[in-house]
Design a protein around this ligand. Sequence first.
Ligand code: NAG
Ligand code: NAG
Ligand code: NAG
Length: 219
Amino acid sequence: MSVLNHIALVTSAFLLLLTQWSSSWPVDPTLGFISLPLNTSNFHIHKPYNLPISKRYSFKHGVHKMWVYFKDKPLSLNSPTYPRTEIRIRGYDYSSCVWQFEGYGYVPCGTANVTIMQVFGASPHATTLMLRVGSNGTLTYYRTAVLDPYIYDRWFRLNVIHDVYASHLKVYIDGVLKFEAPGRGGKFHYFKCGVYAQPDGSYYMESRWKGIKVLKKCD
Ligand SMILES: *[C@@H]1O[C@H](CO)[C@@H](O)[C@H](O)[C@H]1NC(C)=O
Ligand SMILES: *[C@@H]1O[C@H](CO)[C@@H](O)[C@H](O)[C@H]1NC(C)=O
Ligand SMILES: *[C@@H]1O[C@H](CO)[C@@H](O)[C@H](O)[C@H]1NC(C)=O
């Protein structure tokens, strides 16, 4: 092998390594986005219809804590859905541009088979994206891709970017791009986070959220 060949080989190996290393290097997914104003009127709480909000939701020291029991009632009397306690972001339903949800989430060990974040609105389905915590603390996209093998008992930064124009979504955990998915149709969308029980949900489900931001980019 000539010296030049050798140099070329070493260089390309180095570049490959650099590419792999840089793709797992945390970035700030909010760069270039505008953060929209939020106040309590933008946080609409969904909870079991027969209970007051304070029985399933608290807001202390900047932390929204939401919990629900598998045997709880759904959000409305005749709803066939599983129980939930969720923040539904209100006032920012969208149908164009690029939108982003940012929040720091925390899921205690034991909470399982539950959706903790949603991009609502799709067609014919109800949702464009569901992030779900499975049996052993996995964070998954619906029941398919694993985004994090063990999400329990730590604060993680979640960024979900929904490019409506391109019908494309990106999910970042702690600034690292973990997953990309196509959109699922629908004319309008909004963000939700909290706990929404799924089949085989654990007896008790909880997630905490802080630093929630809704961001937007139109260009
Ligand atoms: C919250 O913001 C909305 C507009 O986004 C405004 O109309 C409302 O008065 C605000 N409420 C409070 C309590 O600041
Ligand atoms: C969860 O972990 C247990 C113990 O390691 C294992 O037996 C079980 O198959 C796992 N369940 C799932 C759904 O991965
Ligand atoms: C979650 O669902 C799986 C699959 O249905 C089930 O095996 C498991 O026991 C459930 N986990 C909990 C904690 O309920």
